[in-house]
Design a protein around this ligand. Structure first.
Ligand code: FES
Length: 157
């Protein structure tokens, strides 16, 4: 991480009663700044926060809004948990995969999109659900996904 990010994290940690309680905000800061959290940054974070590397790695790998791999500028996460799966979650994932020409865990050649399947996004009552970066979309259909992807492409042209 660069010096600016390091300074932000040190300042952030000073605002919390314990270093451990600042871990998630610090990880979110790195995610927002870089679009993913590199392994080197996790090691550096554990040193800055004086926390075991295993603690930092396990927290970072637990939350689906944090990515440990480089993602596209728009990271599409498709819920594949029970309710969404019963309501065509798998078809949705296949459709997006075909439309973008990438499989799960891959990034489009232009770096614009990446795709992942995730566990419950907390919208079971409004399934199927997807998330693009930090935006949440419920009652999603192939037509709605098309609209979202096309809107992003248009915005980024
Ligand atoms: S199962 Fe998909 S949001 Fe809960």
């Amino acid at each position: 991480m660069d010096n600016k990010a390091k300074r932000h994290i040190i300042k952030l940690v000073s605002r919390f009663p314990s270093k451990e309680s600042a871990l998630l905000p610090a990880l979110a800061l790195l995610q927002k700044k870089y679009g993913y959290i590199a392994e080197d940054d996790l090691v550096e974070l554990s040193e800055i926060m004086n926390l075991p590397e295993a603690r930092v790695f396990s927290t970072a790998s637990f939350y689906s809004m944090l990515s440990l791999k480089k993602t596209g500028r728009y990271h599409i996460q498709v819920c594949m948990n029970v309710v969404c799966s019963l309501l065509n979650g798998a078809s949705l994932l296949s459709y997006i995969s075909e439309k973008l020409g990438i499989r799960e865990g891959e990034v489009t050649p232009d770096g614009l999109f990446s795709l992942a399947s995730v566990e419950c996004l907390g919208s079971c009552g409004y399934a199927p659900a997807i998330q693009i970066n930090m935006e949440h979309y419920e009652n999603i259909s192939i037509e709605k996904v098309d609209g979202l992807i096309e809107a992003i492409k248009k915005k980024e042209r």
